[in-house]
Design a protein around this ligand. Structure first.
Ligand SMILES: NC(=O)c1ccc[n+]([C@@H]2O[C@H](COP(=O)([O-])OP(=O)(O)OC[C@H]3O[C@@H](n4cnc5c(N)ncnc54)[C@H](O)[C@@H]3O)[C@@H](O)[C@H]2O)c1
Length: 273
């Protein structure tokens, strides 16, 4: 059984991951830490039968909880600020992390890369753990290679509570495409298009336009548009529920516990794409 620590078990995605993990024969949830609903029974919060009767612990006591419960893997879908603090504690304790939180800073990612090696604790960081989205990354890479003369735009839509924009997934699509066409996303990304004073609206040539829409309870839509003379191709992924991310997180937990190479993996590697 994989001994699992859940960070953010009361969150929108964390709840689904927690339910799947509790019901999985290969996983034993040994601890759950959050900043809310502290002291409540995880099973009761999720309305599932938790054989371990885990209580939600205050994340402030993370080191103490780790000492007591000895998790092998931690799964983290929280906030960038929380992940940047908590995953360092986990890695320093040799715990293998599965991180779904987005908008992580470059400094943190570099720091984690070194810590993973130092503490012999490989991790997975993925802005989108849904299988379909990871296939979309792959297909976008292939199309960009054939259609590098065409205009390329990425449009994403999410619920109005989302704190980061553009989405980590849109940025990842942009990164995959720019690598495929031999460019650097930082140099060719154009976030939104607007006509300012004395400015002419310029076209999309030699740029990747990235556009964000925020509204209602949209779980997550990503469209990649390749437009050429007289024709276009649109690739579209729509998440109907957060189940696709949670299923991906469970796969990632089972993958990372066995991973041999000490490094930071992506979902591509989990899915063998
Ligand atoms: N990688 C993916 O597949 C994927 C999919 C969905 C969401 N996300 C990302 O996951 C993150 C969470 O998304 P969500 O929609 O579930 O958010 P949410 O706001 O519903 O949940 C966040 C959870 O984190 C908890 N939290 C806050 N600070 C904490 C701390 N210091 N320690 C422990 N827990 C803490 C909150 O109480 C809450 O339970 C976001 O960054 C989002 O972009 C990634």
């Amino acid at each position: 059984m994989i001994k699992l620590l859940i960070l953010g078990p009361t969150g929108t995605t964390g709840r689904i991951i927690s339910s799947l993990a509790i019901e999985d024969d290969e996983i034993e949830v040994v601890a759950a830490c959050d900043v809310t609903q502290i002291g409540e029974e995880l099973g009761a919060v999720l309305a599932v039968n938790d054989p371990n009767n885990i209580q939600i612990n205050d994340v402030k006591n993370l080191q103490e909880i780790i000492n007591k419960t000895k998790p092998e893997v931690a799964v983290d879908f929280t906030t960038a600020k929380a992940t940047e603090k908590n995953s360092i504690i986990c890695v320093e304790n040799g715990i293998r992390c599965v991180i779904g939180t987005t908008a992580l800073s470059k400094e943190f990612l570099n720091q984690l890369k070194d810590l993973v090696k130092k503490y012999n604790a490989p991790a997975i960081i993925s802005p989108n753990m849904a299988a379909g989205v990871n296939v979309l990354f792959k297909v976008s890479e292939i199309l960009a290679n054939y259609l590098n003369e065409w205009d390329i735009e990425i449009i994403e839509a999410h619920h109005h509570r989302k704190v980061d924009a553009p989405s980590g997934t849109a940025l990842k699509i942009g990164e995959v495409i720019s690598n495929s066409i031999g460019s650097n996303l930082n140099e060719i990304a154009k976030y939104g298009r607007e006509k300012g004073p004395n400015k002419r609206l310029v076209g999309a040539k030699n740029e990747i336009g990235i556009h964000s829409i925020r509204g209602g309870d949209i779980v997550g839509d990503h469209t990649v548009l390749f437009a050429g003379p007289g024709e276009r191709i649109e690739l579209k992924h729509q998440a109907h529920s957060r189940m696709c991310f949670a299923v991906g997180a469970i796969k990632a937990i089972k993958f990372i516990v066995k991973a041999k190479e000490i490094k930071i993996y992506t979902t591509n590697e989990v899915l063998g794409l």
